[in-house]
Write a protein that binds this ligand. Structure first.
Ligand code: PLV
Length: 322
């Protein structure tokens, strides 16, 4: 078996976030993966399983799944076509092209781009790589938890894991990974932004629902429908899933605070996770009795993301604050 494409990322303790949360905060730095986000874990795994003989892969993406597919394809010497919606900023399109991918911009949101990717897979005979809804992706993402368990060593178990939800692939992988390492009862705080809240809407409705539109600036969380497995994990299962929302402004503020304090720039999709600490959401969950007090260490999956640079950060500030 070929070696995998992802790295064993650093697990850092954040002093300033720990102060804010009132418990030790560990950051799993997935921003430092090749391709800029955790996505390479699942997508790299899936490409290695399915695409070695392929005449090409096609991936629909808000940006980061595409970055991972383009990276994996380049490593494998396979051509990649990435279909993104028009909401993807120029910086991510450029980065995809720099990875050697052909980029198609189709539709307004990811769901539109995905329809085109499925069509291309069929008509051109390409291997379709979905961004979040496939067991091979979840299996790849699950490696996050075995790395964390190895880094923390025996005797340290997180009190909760905080992560962002787009279509729910990361959530599925982490829930599976928690099971793999014997931590199935550790709750997961599943963060979304208002306007990209397909899991939260499904939890409220008690069934999978499709959002009318994506109105959040966290475009990489912008799947209109959560994958069924993620919804099922949120309903019943050994691992409690707490579905929580922050506003775009809170996510942006978190991105800025993280840049100031940790000197790392991440995109809005990741800001949703960071905001769970910076907004005091974790405290609120403790007050409501939904998380225990005192709380064992918090583990934040710093999912990363390539759809951000200084210019894009300024655009977001202008858009959200005027
Ligand atoms: N982004 C997907 C889906 O977009 C994509 O195509 O890139 N954090 C970051 C930085 C992400 O890019 C994503 C997903 C997530 C979190 C959420 O992961 P998911 O989709 O597995 O829940 C529409």
């Amino acid at each position: 078996m070929t070696e995998h494409f992802h790295l064993n990322t650093p697990l850092l303790e954040s002093v300033s976030m720990s102060k804010c949360a009132g418990t030790t905060v560990y950051l799993k730095m997935e921003n430092s993966q090749p391709s800029g986000s955790f996505k390479i874990r699942g997508i790299g795994h899936m490409c290695q399983q399915l695409a070695t003989q392929s005449k090409g892969v096609v991936c629909s993406s808000g940006g980061n799944a595409g970055m991972a597919a383009a990276y994996a394809a380049r490593q494998m010497g396979v051509p990649a076509t990435i279909v993104v919606p028009s909401s993807s900023p120029q910086v991510v399109i450029q980065r995809l092209q720099d990875q050697g991918a052909a980029v198609k911009v189709i539709g307004k949101v990811w769901d539109d781009a995905n329809a085109e990717a499925l069509r291309l897979a069929e008509s051109e005979g390409l291997t379709y790589v979905p961004p979040f809804d496939h067991p091979l992706l979840w299996q790849g993402h699950a490696s996050i938890m075995s790395e964390v368990a190895a880094s923390l060593g025996p005797g340290v178990k997180p009190g909760a894991v905080v992560l962002s939800v787009g279509g729910g692939g990361l959530l599925c992988g982490v829930v599976q990974g928690l099971k793999d390492v014997g931590w199935a009862e550790v709750p997961v705080i599943a963060m979304e932004t208002v306007g990209a809240d397909c899991l939260n809407a499904a939890v409220k409705a008690g069934r999978v629902v499709t959002l009318d539109d994506i109105t959040s600036e966290a475009k990489c969380l912008g799947a209109k429908t959560v994958c069924r497995q993620a919804f099922e994990y949120s309903q019943n299962g050994e691992t409690p899933v707490l579905s929580e929302l922050v506003t775009d402004e809170q996510a942006l503020h978190a991105v800025e605070t993280f840049l100031n304090e940790e000197r790392v720039l991440v995109e809005m999709a990741c800001g949703a996770t960071l905001a769970a600490v910076y907004t005091g959401l974790v405290h609120r969950l403790q007050q409501e009795g939904r998380l225990p007090t005192p709380l064992r260490p918090l583990l934040l999956i710093v999912c990363g993301g390539s759809s951000i640079d200084v210019e894009q950060l300024n655009n977001l500030r202008n858009k959200l604050r005027t």
